[in-house]
Design a protein around this ligand. Structure first.
Ligand code: MN
Ligand code: MN
Length: 273
């Protein structure tokens, strides 16, 4: 059940309306990383989950995002106000001025309609929480860029508040992910195929015109990593058996792997609890 209170979550003051800035603000209203996308992603994930703790978290933050939508919409509307009466301002965004009468609508700054394709909802908490952490990181950086392009102190203050809340949400989602108690690479139920999972394919090789070379770091060196050089260049030694000269990844036996995972599902369920 939703309930509206006739107050903004954060009071918005605009000294000098800036229609061009108002247009950029629409990214956070009807854009891919905007407040409606966040509100819908979390609320619908919450609707889908049966875990009471996760549902409560998703509904709390999803509802706060709706309050952010109201703040950013109010802020954008104040900056877009000149589009109602000023011909020159109206020319900057006819979609808002002529179709929308100077008000906000669910478009991004380029006039693209909001779409459910912005949402990432898989029904797996260890996947959805990661999507949410990334969504909060994107929202944070969009607010930061808006702040950097903003001259109005009151607008900056409101944007700073909204940006801060995204870090708060990010923290909550990260701790919720930790609380699942799953190893970082444990996604879903099926185990990845051993051996091949630790192979790093050096698929980009050679020397680039700007001096780009192969780089080694913790992402492909040390630990369990097996560095596979030039996997695409390995030649097939035996055409009939497909036996390769070197370094070829051995293809996993998918059927055997899924049977092993199925017989293992009882113990892995216990592990997850
Ligand atoms: Mn938000
Ligand atoms: Mn957020």
């Amino acid at each position: 059940m939703y309930h509206h209170i006739k107050k903004l979550m954060y009071t918005v003051n605009v000294a000098t309306p800036d229609p061009r800035f108002g247009n950029m603000l629409l990214e956070q209203f009807g854009g891919a990383n905007g407040e409606l996308a966040a509100a819908m992603q979390y609320s619908i994930q919450g609707l889908n989950t049966t875990d009471p703790g996760l549902k409560d978290l998703l509904m709390d933050i999803g509802t706060e995002e709706l309050s952010h939508l109201e703040v950013i919409g109010t802020l954008a509307r104040m900056h877009l106000k000149p589009l109602k009466t000023d011909r020159e301002a109206a020319e900057r965004d006819p979609l808002i001025a002529i179709c929308g009468g100077g008000g906000v609508n669910l478009y991004n700054s380029e006039g693209n309609a909001w779409t459910a394709d912005y949402l990432k909802i898989t029904g797996e908490p260890e996947v959805d929480l990661r999507s949410n952490i990334a969504a909060e990181a994107r929202a944070k950086i969009v607010y930061e860029r808006l702040i950097n392009f903003c001259d109005d102190p009151g607008s900056k203050e409101a944007l700073q508040f909204l940006m801060t809340r995204e870090i708060t949400h990010m923290k909550a989602f990260m701790l919720a992910l930790d609380s699942l108690g799953r190893p970082a690479l444990s996604i879903g139920k099926l185990e990845p195929s051993p051996g091949i999972v630790d192979q790093f394919f050096n698929d980009s090789t050679g020397k680039g015109d700007d001096g780009e070379v192969d780089m080694r770091g913790p992402w492909n060196k040390g630990g369990d990593w097996e560095f596979v050089s030039n996997p695409a260049f390995t030649t097939v030694r035996d055409a009939e058996t497909g036996e390769r000269e070197s370094d070829a990844p051995s293809l996993p036996n998918v059927e055997a792997a899924s049977k092993a995972a199925a017989s293992d599902s009882h113990s892995s369920k216990q592990k997850r609890k």
